[in-house]
Ligand binder design. Structure first.
Ligand SMILES: [Zn+2]
Length: 152
């Protein structure tokens, strides 16, 4: 609780000027000085942290990846085995990817993208959530009050 700078009484405090010194005093003591402001009001504002965490972009393998890989590999004149060796993967993986039996992992797709100069990964960003920045500056707590008092 805030207390009067002069007598220590607790309750409503007035900001007064006593002999050129600014003080926070109770109503009784305020008559000894010049009142500068109305009773100090302690506003406790709830800071609501909205749980709208920034959505992670979702990475997805593009449609038709198998044909793209196959076409590009053939353009480069590479066999599945050669391509597999170039990107340090197993030939069987390349085979399965090219016939759409398996969808390449993002890391494999990245390697293929880089090596084949094609686009295999698309990023989808969920734009639904928005970050709200709520200012804490308007907050005036008893803690702040104590700091002000200690400065003097
Ligand atoms: Zn007092």
């Amino acid at each position: 609780m805030p207390s009067c700078d002069m007598c220590g009484a607790q309750g409503k405090l007035f900001r007064v000027l006593v002999e050129e010194t600014e003080m926070y005093v109770c109503q009784k003591c305020s008559k000894f000085g010049k009142i500068l402001a109305n009773p100090v009001t302690f506003i406790k504002k709830k800071v609501v942290l909205e749980k709208s965490a920034k959505p992670e972009p979702v990475e997805m393998i593009v449609e038709g990846y198998s044909d793209m890989i196959k076409k590009r590999r053939e353009e480069l004149g590479l066999t599945q085995e050669e391509l597999a060796k170039k990107i340090a993967e197993r030939e069987s993986i390349i085979q399965k990817v090219e016939i759409s039996q398996i969808e390449p992992s993002i890391s494999l797709a990245r390697k293929l993208e880089k090596f084949l100069s094609i686009r295999l990964v698309e990023q989808y960003e969920d734009k639904g959530g928005s970050l709200s920045t709520k200012s804490k500056s308007a907050e005036f707590t008893i803690g702040d009050m104590v700091k002000i008092k200690q400065r003097r």
